[in-house]
Design a protein around this ligand. Structure first.
Ligand code: NDP
Length: 332
């Protein structure tokens, strides 16, 4: 059997690849960067016979996945633009996200795929207008109310354009399933902020992925603390396990999951853990106060029950991330 993983050279994708390889599952990794793919291969010499790369420069082009899909049993689709510093948000964030999903689903439908796992985002779920003081428990039924016109508006924030891109891409996938009725089952995952050590090619702390870059801002003393729009997070290694369980578990087919730790985070909590565990760096770690909203929760039971996941503690995630980030910083 063989699993096609897109976004394999990214933060979450590389952990998903490693999780599959550790089970002896063959991985065909899709990437656009040859140099990153080469580093991934070089740093995994034990996996030579079960890890191969295919190159897809633009995931949004029609038919680009047809060849990559040959001989594949299942797909984990993680590739999606996640970059807040883009000039044209509709062209660089929203359209590639939607067209990428359409292109890969069409290719999957033409082949003998059994399951398709897609990484959406908690941003596709979160309602920013929800009253802060009104209790609410998010479930897989919830969708962020943003319209295409609002997300694509040039004056929209990059965060809103990104949250729109994830919502429209995920809806495109469910629409495709309803209209085309392909033979495979779709599972979508809507993780909240993802933190933890990196397994993909990162050469300096300046090129960390967006979510870990926020932790590095705290560690390196950028004031004020980054705003936390919500207090939900998940460790990247736990999220990789969620992806693999969503692929392997017979009960997951056709479901939408919110992989979120039941423990809440804030950047204040992150900074306290950093100062407690790295006393030599204490003076440059940001401090600041940030409240945790106890009125808003996520129903975490479906992931822990269906997919049998136990979440790591935030302290472990922060300590493992920062240990690695300091090494990266001194290697620079
Ligand atoms: P990264 O930016 O590290 O990974 C994104 C991956 O997608 C990279 O491999 C990147 O390729 C690839 N990619 C992006 N745009 C394109 C494109 N236009 N064509 C081809 N490939 C592209 O981010 P993450 O690993 O964090 O994100 C992976 C997925 O998880 C995304 O779908 C994201 O929306 C989702 N997610 C992430 C969260 C987080 O907190 N990190 C939270 C919720 C969801 P390359 O390596 O060449 O740059």
């Amino acid at each position: 059997s063989c699993v096609l993983v897109t976004g394999a050279t990214g933060f979450i994708g590389a952990h998903v690849v490693d999780n599959l390889l550790s089970r002896g599952i063959k991985v065909r990794a899709a990437a656009r960067s040859r140099s990153k793919a080469e580093i991934m291969i070089e740093t995994r010499p034990f996996a030579k016979s079960i890890l191969e790369f295919v190159y897809i420069d633009d995931i949004a082009e029609p038919n680009v996945f047809d060849q990559a899909m040959e001989g594949v049993d299942a797909v984990i689709h993680l590739a999606s633009p996640l970059n807040y510093s883009v000039a044209d948000k509709e062209r660089e964030l929203i359209i590639p996200a939607i067209n990428g999903v359409r292109s890969i689903l069409q290719a999957a439908a033409k082949n003998n795929i059994k399951r398709f796992v897609m990484t959406s985002s908690f941003g596709a779920v979160l309602d920013m207008d929800r009253e802060k003081n009104t209790p609410w428990k998010y479930t897989a039924e919830d969708w962020n109310p943003i319209s295409y016109a609002e997300a694509a508006d040039p004056s929209a924030s990059p965060q809103d354009a990104y949250r729109g891109s994830k919502k429209f891409a995920e809806q495109e996938a469910w629409k495709f399933m309803a209209q085309e009725k392909p033979a495979f089952e779709l599972v979508t995952l809507c993780p909240s902020m993802v933190f933890g050590p990196t397994a993909h090619p990162v050469t300096s702390v300046d090129t960390l992925n967006e979510s870990n870059a926020l932790l590095w801002r705290v560690a390196s003393g950028v004031e004020p603390l980054p705003p936390a729009r919500f207090n939900f997070w998940i460790d990247v290694r736990d999220l990789a396990e969620v992806h693999v369980q969503a692929l392997l578990n017979p009960n997951a087919g056709g479901k939408r999951y919110l992989p979120v730790s039941s423990q809440k985070f804030s950047y204040q909590l992150a900074s306290e853990i950093m100062r407690d565990n790295f006393p030599a760096e204490k003076d440059r770690i940001s401090s600041g106060v940030q409240e945790i909203n106890e009125n808003v929760d996520v129903d975490t039971a479906p992931v822990t029950k269906d997919l049998n996941i136990e979440y790591r503690d935030f302290k472990e995630t922060i300590v493992d991330f920062l240990t690695q980030a300091y090494l990266l910083e001194t290697a620079k």
